[in-house]
Design a protein around this ligand. Structure first.
Ligand SMILES: Cc1cc2nc3c(=O)[nH]c(=O)nc-3n(C[C@H](O)[C@H](O)[C@H](O)COP(=O)(O)OP(=O)(O)OC[C@H]3O[C@@H](n4cnc5c(N)ncnc54)[C@H](O)[C@@H]3O)c2cc1C
Length: 300
């Protein structure tokens, strides 16, 4: 495959483009093989051009944000991985709104909100993803979710046109949005917040982070909760009831600290994690009749 045109776009924008690069160092799981091309757009215009070029040239491409909700094959990915992350992370205040590039991390957005005295996003502090990835997943925690704070987003549609979508049209529900499985690429996200005292915001953020540290195995690489919450149950409780706390395959393990997390204890392979996920699903179904659905996106 000739990636000359993509290199040209990256060069013109001053964006990073890497060839034959392992994606493991960019994923929160620390797993994933050598990919043909990884490119990191540094502006919404750059991202839009890269995607349009891939589509025009028939090049297979993948869109990721901070890779904190993905498990990527050890074989790596053929084609182009477009990482909409920290290189594309401008944040602009507009009244009580923050308009954020899709690659801005939730940490940066939450800290900006705190510094600006804008409340409402505290629940998202500690979710390690990007604005785009969070909207895609309707990420949530501690009683809040993206749906509560998003006003609109700008996205690239399948015809290569940048459009705006209001929240009402996003079909946001538990870990779901209209973007799931679509070819729309989120370029920026606007959050509606409210004026509040910075110290109080900071106190709420700190409390939430402490709860995460107390309950979650943050000392190990993972993709957060491995399974979605099944209606009427808690995944972690079902897994624990099936005696699977600490269940291990190779370097992958059901966390002893929080059974809802599969962690990389060290040198876990893609196959190790998949084996743990499959075993957990089978055993929990056999014991309780509940089908656990992975929240983490498995990419192979
Ligand atoms: C320790 C830990 C704790 C976590 N806690 C939580 C939690 O409390 N709540 C929660 O909801 N999640 C949690 N997560 C999971 C994850 O952080 C979130 O789902 C996050 O929103 C994913 O964002 P990302 O940028 O990493 O997306 P990625 O993992 O890069 O991508 C996820 C999906 O979004 C798509 N995507 C990403 N960016 C775009 C874009 N710009 N346009 C179109 N599609 C895009 C990708 O194609 C992929 O399908 C946790 C993860 C970890 C590691």
């Amino acid at each position: 495959m000739n990636y000359g045109a993509l290199s040209g776009i990256a060069e013109r924008y001053g964006a990073k483009i890497l060839f034959d690069e392992s994606i493991a160092r960019y994923t929160s799981f620390g797993i994933g093989g050598v990919c043909d091309v990884i490119v990191m757009p540094n502006s919404t215009g750059c991202a839009a051009e890269l995607v349009s070029e891939c589509r025009k040239s028939g090049i297979r491409y993948y869109i990721f944000g901070k890779c904190t909700n993905v498990l990527i094959t050890d074989k790596g990915l053929r084609g182009v991985v477009i990482l909409i992350g920290g290189e594309m992370s401008q944040i602009r205040r507009d009244g009580c709104r923050l308009v954020c590039d899709a690659g801005a991390s939730l940490a940066k957005i939450c800290n900006t909100a705190r510094n600006e005295g804008l409340g409402g996003l505290e629940f998202a502090y500690g979710i390690p993803g990007s604005a785009g990835g969070a909207l895609y997943m309707n990420a949530g925690a501690f009683g809040g979710e993206m749906k509560d704070v998003v006003v609109y987003c700008d996205y690239l549609d399948s015809d290569g046109i940048v459009k705006r979508m209001d929240k009402a049209d996003m079909e946001l529900s538990y870990r779901h949005s209209i973007f799931n499985g679509s070819d729309k690429v989120i370029l920026s996200v606007c959050f509606e917040l409210y004026e509040d005292d910075s110290d109080e915001i900071f106190a709420k953020m700190s409390e939430i982070m402490q709860k995460r540290r107390d309950k979650q195995p943050l000392e190990y690489p993972s993709a957060g909760s491995t399974f979605k919450r099944p209606e009427g149950y808690f995944a972690a409780k079902l897994i624990e009831d099936s005696g699977l706390k600490g269940y291990t395959s190779g370097g992958a393990q059901v966390s002893e600290k929080h059974s809802g997390f599969v962690i990389n204890k060290g040198n876990a392979t893609f196959g190790d994690v998949v084996e743990v996920i499959d075993h957990v699903r089978e055993k929990v179904f056999a014991d309780s009749g509940v089908r656990l659905e992975p929240e983490v996106m498995i990419i192979e």
